[in-house]
Design a protein around this ligand. Structure first.
Ligand code: G1P
Length: 276
């Protein structure tokens, strides 16, 4: 392995998922299933496809089901061994056998930047990916795999972007930059959750990042931003003033599974594509 190869992927998963209450009262939102697979498992499978098998979960109170999910359940295995149901565990068994899982807890909810900083001990001085499981991406090559091949070429931080309707910029980090090749932007500025009239473009960040480890020192020094939270967008904005940072219009389809509408759309989409 060359030192700049990425093996690690962080999964911030400490948020409360209040939009899905009461479903998320005692269950982590990352465990909400799209048909029969939890959101976070889709995310881990996307990481594996990209060659990222060191999985780091930024966990929080009430999230133990995530750890249990990525572990063997002996009782269950025993129960269904030799039955037709066994095949239903094939995917998760594959995931467990290919990855190592590390967990750390974010004790206070101080924003996505703070969550990522909490993951520093799991990442060390290495470039790493971040995947927000409620941005569910599907259709063709996984977004992280697309981004890792770009990283291998450019060796810099990269954020996935997508065009959104102007009136939705308030829900996203928004980038500004110059298009250096089709769908690839050299970022000059980033703003977290701007009002439509303040948004520099309609190019929104979606929950896939590759970050170089100098980001940790930047996060440590960044002031609270939108919503009083430590924003990763503000830290990357700082980073792009000194080093190249890329915005990449990924190929594929993304569903905002942090919203009820997006969640239902994703469910219908995946169900429609299943072999039944
Ligand atoms: C976070 C980021 C935002 C990004 C979004 C993608 O916001 O802060 O920059 O556009 O994820 O889903 P959140 O959705 O957690 O409010």
């Amino acid at each position: 392995d060359s030192p700049s190869m990425i093996k690690k992927c962080l999964f911030p998963a400490a948020g409360y998922g209040t939009r899905f209450l009461p479903a998320t009262k005692a269950m982590p939102k990352e465990m909400l299933p799209i048909v029969n697979k939890p959101l976070i498992q889709y995310g881990v499978e996307e990481a594996i496809e990209a060659g990222l098998t060191d999985i780091g979960v930024i966990s929080g109170r009430g999230k133990r089901a995530i750890e249990d999910h990525f572990d063997i359940s002996y009782e269950l295995e025993h129960q269904i061994a030799g039955t037709s149901k066994e095949i239903l565990l094939d995917d998760i068994r594959d995931v467990i056998s290919q990855c190592t899982f590390s967990y750390t807890r974010q004790v206070e909810m101080k924003g996505l930047g703070h969550a990522i900083l909490t993951g520093e001990p799991l990442v060390g001085d290495n470039p790493f990916a971040v995947l927000l499981a409620d941005d569910f991406c599907t259709n063709g090559t996984g977004v992280l795999k697309q981004m890792v091949s770009l990283f291998n070429e450019y060796q810099c931080s990269i954020v996935a972007i997508e065009e959104v309707p102007r009136d939705q910029t308030r829900n996203y980090g928004v980038i500004e930059g110059t298009e250096i090749q089709d769908g690839l932007f050299k970022i000059s500025n980033m703003v977290e959750k701007p009002a439509p009239e303040d948004a520099p473009t309609n190019l929104a960040i979606i929950g896939r990042y590759i970050l170089t480890p100098d980001i940790f020192d930047i996060i440590r020094n960044v002031a609270p931003g939108a919503g009083g939270e430590i924003q990763i967008t503000d830290a990357i904005n700082e980073q792009c003033k000194n080093r190249m940072v890329l915005g990449y219009k990924f190929k594929g389809r993304r569903f905002d599974c942090g919203s009820l509408d997006g969640f239902v759309e994703a469910t219908n989409y995946v169900y429609g594509k299943m072999n039944k």
